[in-house]
Design a protein. Structure first.
Length: 166
């Protein structure tokens, strides 16, 4: 119960702080939904825009403008690479590559849409997420997983970048 309360509080703070231009709360939200009719996982990420651009600059030694009017195709390519390198999903023990579809900006948050295709059944899911942990030691990444109406949450941080859901 305490874990659910903690995650709910973090989610409320995240939503409340997304309307501010400067923040001191380092959290990313990752919604993972299993859609059995389409045999795929649908993934939505919510990452603060300034933190994401800081991470891209640190990782690739290039200033980026993801999420603003100066965004370039190269910025988007670097973001895709970063997401692929830092966010991995293993289904039933096997790594499954994610397909990037699009992204949009909402206030100061970048929302990315990804999928994993050809998923027929999930016995266990392992998530590895170190997004932004190299930029902010306090970074927390909340994974919300919905599998046929059964919801589970996973809280990852710079000290724990991997977790399992069953």
């Amino acid at each position: 119960m305490k874990k659910v309360l903690k995650i709910s509080t973090l989610l409320l703070l995240f939503v409340g702080l997304t309307s501010l231009s400067i923040h001191r709360f380092y959290v990313g939200i990752y919604q993972v939904d299993f859609v059995p009719q389409k045999k795929r996982l649908e993934i939505t990420t919510r990452i603060f825009m300034d933190d994401l651009n800081d991470a891209l600059a640190k990782a690739y030694k290039k200033q980026t403008n993801v999420g603003d009017e100066n965004e370039t195709p190269e910025d988007v390519a670097l973001m895709k690479k970063y997401l692929t390198d830092k966010f991995k999903i293993y289904l039933n023990g096997q790594h499954k590559p994610m397909n990037y579809h699009s992204h949009e900006q909402e206030n100061n948050v970048v929302i990315c849409y990804l999928t994993i295709k050809e998923v027929s059944k999930i016995n266990k899911i392992e998530v590895e997420n170190s997004i932004l942990t190299e930029v902010h030691e306090e970074q927390q990444n909340i994974i919300q997983f919905n599998n046929n109406g059964k919801k589970q949450n996973l809280l990852l941080s710079s000290s724990t970048t991997k977790g399992m859901l069953k």
